[in-house]
Write a protein that binds this ligand. Structure first.
Ligand code: SAH
Length: 241
């Protein structure tokens, strides 16, 4: 079903600039961030089997270069994860597109929980496709940075929390959708508890090199499982940093 050999993921570190927000000149779409460069990325995602027009439009619209360090901006529209600090990398566009499509297929969920905000790229792609997005990140510095970038992009339906995704975010549960950007040996019980009836959870599960991306759909007290394909994600870690 998936033509891409393996899904890789990660999240961005913090950019060097402090307090200034996103440099406007980097958001204007010139040079390496041109429409043509973005079109090439969209064509590649189509070739790899991404068909959802809303998802492709979001990938085209979100300026991925503002989520990465300036030194890496020229590579922002390549379909690769880019490492930039805190032992993390920004998610590969294909992975973001595929996970987003798997989550919204058959009708967009209204209330969604995201675990692993990272740089906020997946958050920015997904937010306009749902009513409200709740996003948790365990590394404070990343969370602060993501908050600033999302604000500069005028994305305003996202609530962010510095917390441990193993615990979910109980006050706003149940969620119509849950998307987890890091892998664990099993789906945390709290996340299954917080998934509403009919809700979908997308998460990579399994040991290193043998992870599988799963889609879980809640049917009352039982959970239906689909295997979407092999994956390579950073680990879901316990506690805060
Ligand atoms: N979605 C991000 C990529 C995230 S990489 C993007 O679009 O770029 C995975 C992220 O999950 C990392 O930022 C990591 O710090 C975070 N993470 C790992 N374990 C976590 C946990 N238990 N709770 C919350 N976030 C966690």
């Amino acid at each position: 079903m998936l033509r891409s050999p393996r899904w890789t993921n990660g999240c961005a570190g913090v950019r060097r600039e402090q307090g200034a927000g996103v440099n406007r000149s980097r958001m204007t779409g010139i040079g390496m961030t041109s429409a043509r460069t973005r079109d090439r990325l969209i064509a590649r995602l189509r070739e790899q089997g991404i068909t959802d027009a809303n998802v492709l439009e979001r990938i085209r619209a979100v300026p991925r270069h503002v989520f990465v360090d300036e030194a890496l901006a020229s590579r922002a529209y390549e379909d690769t994860a880019l490492p930039i600090g805190h032992g993390q990398t920004i998610s590969q566009p294909y992975v973001v597109a595929r996970m987003t499509a798997a989550l919204i297929e058959g009708g967009a969920p209204r209330k969604v929980l995201e675990v692993g905000t990272g740089c906020g790229y997946q958050t920015a792609v997904l937010a306009p496709l749902v009513t409200t997005l709740y996003s948790i990140e365990r590394i404070a510095a990343l969370q602060v940075r993501a908050r600033r970038v999302l604000r500069d992009l005028r994305i305003s339906n996202v609530f962010m929390r510095h917390g441990d995704g193993f615990e979910g975010w109980p006050p706003y549960a149940p969620y119509d959708g849950i998307i987890v950007a890091a892998a664990a040996m099993a789906i945390p019980a709290a996340l299954l508890d917080q998934l509403g009836n009919g809700g979908r959870l997308i998460m990579p599960v399994g040991p290193d090199r043998e992870q599988q991306l799963l889609r879980i759909t809640r049917r009352g007290e039982s959970f239906e499982q689909e295997v979407l394909g092999p994956a390579t994600f950073v680990p879901l870690l316990q506690g805060l940093s």
